[in-house]
Design a protein around this ligand. Structure first.
Ligand code: ASP
Length: 334
């Protein structure tokens, strides 16, 4: 190809990239995701699920529904799949239970809802939406949240519904590593045993921008394998794992304690609002802050103009986005 033509093609592709307006962005967790360890069939399944989630949310936006409905629709797809650490595929606590957390925030009026430590609600994201729209509170936990969800007519399941072999095996692996690490002179015990094995954060999240220009962000998770003492991570904490305002929506996945300590999601929005940082810079800066403190994971963000960012400091992150023209992008590795 001649030099001039080549330059022209490059210019065109840059232009088309610059003009992309994203309306839905999702993640399905970050972590030690290496192509060499991923069977092609499993990779295909992940990509298909991410696409399905994106389409479901896209449809809602196209139909003129709000960003809340779009976020809920995408997250329900991922919660119902055993592939992700949310809903059906939730990880186990140290006691061998599945305790789920989820939250949602609507940028238009900054209403928010969340549930934490729930064991019988099939789709925790739906419960989070109900808390936001039908209660006077923001976060409900455990039995109270379950009572509320049932009263709202949401589907309640036997806790056994959340049992999966691969998550059970992951718990056994972490417990073994913990036993080893608890020998004298072993690893600093402030690090969870989880840290000693392959780290895979399968939390799911979505940010959507609706036809009225409003944003919503949501996150759903089973937390971290082997979590103890009723531990609650960042995912149901507004400002940590989830945040949305009139400018930007954010969802995170990773070692939750660091996201709480950095107020990760709200810090991204504050950088955008007060320091005029673009969505990519704001997101990357918060990711660096988390990394500098010793944490890891990823963050997705979408702004009111359809600019998005997907930043992570792990080997990979299940992620995807769809533009207003229905153009889909799905990625796993760096
Ligand atoms: N952030 C979640 C938590 O700490 C875990 C994850 O992202 O997979 O509970």
């Amino acid at each position: 190809m001649k030099k001039v033509t080549l330059l022209f093609v490059c210019y065109l592709s840059l232009l088309s990239h610059a003009q992309k307006r994203y309306i839905v962005v999702i993640h399905g967790g970050a972590g030690t995701l290496l192509k060499k360890d991923m069977p092609p069939e499993l990779e295909r399944q992940y990509k298909e699920k991410l696409k399905e989630a994106l389409y479901k949310a896209y449809e809602k936006v196209q139909q003129g529904q709000t960003a809340i409905e779009a976020v809920e629709a995408a997250i329900v797809v991922m919660e119902n799949s055993p592939l992700f650490n949310a809903g059906k595929g939730a990880v186990f606590t140290s006691e061998g239970r599945n305790e789920l957390d989820a939250s949602i925030m609507y940028g238009k009026d900054r209403t928010a809802g969340a549930v934490a430590g729930v064991t019988t609600i099939k789709n925790p994201i739906k419960a989070a939406v109900a808390v936001m729209q039908k209660s006077e509170h923001v976060i409900l936990i455990g039995k109270g949240a379950e009572y509320f969800a049932k009263a709202q007519g949401l589907e309640i399941v036997n806790p056994k519904y959340f049992w999966t072999q691969h998550r059970w095996d992951a718990l056994q692996k972490v417990k073994k590593a913990e036993l080893k690490a608890n020998q004298p002179n072993a690893v600093n015990q402030r690090y969870p045993a989880y840290y000693l094995t392959d780290k895979k954060f399968g939390t799911v999240g979505c940010v959507a921008l609706d036809k009225d220009g409003n944003l919503a962000a949501g996150t759903s998770t089973g937390g971290m394998t082997n979590k103890k003492y009723g531990r609650v991570g960042d995912s149901p904490i507004i400002g940590a794992g989830t945040y949305a305002d009139k400018n930007i929506g954010i969802s995170g996945t990773g070692w939750g304690e660091f996201y709480i300590r950095t107020s990760a999601a709200r810090t991204v929005s504050a950088k955008y609002e007060y320091q005029n940082k673009d969505v990519k810079t704001a997101t990357q800066e918060v990711m660096s802050e988390i990394e500098n403190m010793g944490g890891d994971g990823g963050i997705i963000a979408l702004d009111k103009n359809g600019n998005m960012a997907m930043s992570f400091n792990t080997e990979g992150m299940y992620r995807g986005a769809i533009t207003s023209n229905g153009e889909i992008e799905v990625e796993i590795y760096k």
